[in-house]
Design a protein around this ligand. Structure first.
Ligand SMILES: C[S@@+](CC[C@H](N)C(=O)[O-])C[C@H]1O[C@@H](n2cnc3c(N)ncnc32)[C@H](O)[C@@H]1O
Length: 304
């Protein structure tokens, strides 16, 4: 099988949405998620897993990028509307896993220099301090977004702490270095598909199994091709195992360098992504092309 052909690339709106078949399991739709998501029919996906741009943290250098809204309220309402559309595309028993980190006010700074270890830190803009907050304030944007999604109709089922043992050092003198982000589990309905068994943890003595806990210790994973934060495959795997069965369709509306597609392929699921930046779609295509479908594995196996 030609591995390159595993990735369909639909960058026009002329063709109606067609879910990717099992032998070409990944479809990437190029464009602005706010428009492209409307082309996807209701009740299409079993599960969605995503990490949207954080507010005022990265400059992806494209028009209409999410995360560059000057006002925090606009950022939250942009994401809430996108996720409301996402809920429409989710099956009634589907799950939605949202990775998001907190940020600080920029303290009046208008731009940020790149740093030698992290080119993605360069910013041509910095959002102003939101009304009611002060210089140096922790914004709490992760929880603001979670509560807004809950008010809008989502069931909020878990807040999972992603603890990063290898977090970026920070040269701060008057607060702690931030070493965690959140992963929120939302559902469309009160009852939903959740394979608890697939993600059970070993007990301390190793003799038994227990329900997975809400603090996950996972190192960040470098992606040399991309100048921005991709999420580690190890963060995506439990979400996909708990949220889907083999061949189910998974969605990432902020596809980036295609980590959700990689894990979907590993676990013999199918995946649809939306991404605004062509350069990232190319990176994703290369990264997913080399992944072997793990057709013989049982769902509870986690590839190393
Ligand atoms: C944090 S990155 C996602 C990284 C991804 N989880 C991975 O592991 O590669 C967020 C992505 O959202 C994309 N993005 C920003 N605004 C967008 C928009 N309006 N429509 C679609 N994608 C957008 C960015 O280009 C970036 O690739």
């Amino acid at each position: 099988m030609n591995l390159e052909s595993n990735l369909l690339h639909n960058d026009t709106l002329q063709e109606p949405f067609r879910a990717p078949p099992a032998d070409e399991p990944i479809l990437v739709i190029a464009g602005d998620v706010r428009e492209m998501i409307k082309t996807i029919p209701d009740n299409t996906f079993q599960c969605a897993i995503t990490s949207p741009p954080y507010w005022g943290v990265r400059d992806y250098g494209v028009k209409n990028q999410i995360g560059a809204e000057p006002n925090l309220e606009d950022y939250i309402s942009d994401l809430v509307s996108i996720f409301s559309e996402l809920r429409r595309t989710l099956k009634p028993d589907g799950t939605f896993w949202l990775n998001i980190g907190n940020t600080y006010t920029s303290g009046g700074r208008k731009w940020r220099q790149e740093d030698s270890k992290n080119k993605g830190r360069a910013m041509s803009y910095r959002p102003p301090t939101p009304p009611g907050l002060k210089k140096k304030d922790l914004i709490g944007v992760a929880w603001m977004l979670a509560m807004a999604c809950q008010r809008e109709g989502w069931y909020l089922r878990n807040d999972i702490i992603w603890y990063k043992p290898n977090c970026q050092p920070e040269s701060v003198r008057d607060r702690l270095t931030v070493s965690h982000e959140y992963l929120f589990l939302f559902t469309k309905s009160e009852r939903y598909y959740f394979d608890q068994k697939a993600i059970k943890e070993h007990t301390k003595n190793g003799n038994g199994k227990k329900n997975k806990r809400t603090v996950w210790s996972i190192n960040t994973e470098p992606c040399p091709e991309a100048h921005f934060a991709v999420f580690p495959r190890a963060l995506v795997r439990p979400c996909m195992l708990a949220g889907t069965k083999v061949n189910n369709l998974v969605f990432d509306p902020f596809y980036g360098a295609g980590t959700v597609g990689i894990v979907a392929k590993e676990f013999s699921r199918r995946c649809v992504g939306i991404e605004i930046k062509d350069e990232y779609i190319d990176i994703a295509r290369k990264r997913t092309a080399s992944v072997q479908r793990n057709i013989f594995s049982s769902v509870s196996q986690t590839p190393k």
